[in-house]
Design a protein around this ligand. Structure first.
Ligand SMILES: N[C@@H](CCC(=O)N[C@@H](CS)C(=O)NCC(=O)O)C(=O)O
Length: 234
């Protein structure tokens, strides 16, 4: 059976995995997780840490962590240029960029998500975390803008899973009201604007927002946890 991606709302980093699956164009299903609510037992079997994204592959094996999922998708999409063969310089460059996006940009903006989840009365805690997020993320945005000065895409000369992952997390700077990206990082904002016009990105927004979503062909619909459970390998 086709792989199932568990994506999180609101504004999950799983957004990038949805975009990558659309670019891949192979059959897949989705399962929605509200990250502000209690997780089901079924989901705990797929993602013991309770985080999204998570994936059940066509053999019933579970996979968590964006980078692992994106590499899985990229390996199935080498013919589409979504990734590169392991052992090549391009693969190392893609792996490096994905790691940078996760360990630097995602973790910087993660401080602001922690502020969002903090007790409303803890003003000092919220302010501290937001300041930290802004400082760290500004450095990452400036760095990525520099990368994009010499290149149309984050890695190589075609869109890859790095661009898919990037658009899912770079948006947080404005979602969390930390930056006005257009005026502060115009070069990076241009890359985001180009990606925002991509049908796969439009699709992923529609999925998150529960509005009509037009797939490039791979999306076969949402699936319930009860239907997935028997497929999960022991
Ligand atoms: N290292 C994980 C982090 C995933 C992560 O931070 N997921 C967030 C959404 S973007 C999440 O599930 N948050 C809910 C929680 O931690 O309870 C990855 O890269 O996949």
């Amino acid at each position: 059976m086709e792989p199932v991606l568990f994506y999180g709302v609101p504004h999950g980093c799983s957004f990038g995995s949805i975009v990558a699956l659309e670019w891949l164009g192979q059959p897949y299903r989705l399962h929605r997780i509200d990250m502000l609510s209690k997780r089901s037992e079924g989901f705990a079997r797929v993602s013991p840490l309770g985080q999204t994204p998570a994936m059940v592959d066509s053999y019933g094996r579970t996979l968590t962590e964006s980078l692992a999922i994106l590499h899985n998708i990229a390996a199935r999409g080498l013919d589409k240029g979504l990734g590169f063969a392991q052992g090549t310089m391009e693969f190392d460059e893609l792996n490096w960029m994905l790691s940078y996006l996760h360990t630097t940009l995602h973790s910087a903006l993660g401080h602001a998500w922690n502020a969002f989840k903090l007790d409303k009365d803890d003003t000092a805690g919220r302010e501290f975390l937001r300041k930290l997020a802004k400082e760290k993320a500004a450095g990452a945005y400036a760095y990525l803008q520099g990368v994009l000065e010499g290149s149309e895409w984050l890695v190589g000369d075609r869109r890859t899973v790095a661009d898919a992952y990037f658009i899912g997390i770079a948006r947080w700077g404005e979602d969390l009201e930390l930056f006005d990206l257009e005026s502060e990082f115009p070069g990076m904002h241009n890359h985001m604007a180009r990606l925002e016009a991509d049908p796969a990105v439009i699709f992923a927004h529609a999925i998150e927002d529960e509005t009509p979503a037009v797939t490039a062909g791979g999306f076969l619909g949402h699936i319930d946890i009860e239907e997935i459970a028997p497929r999960i390998a022991a």
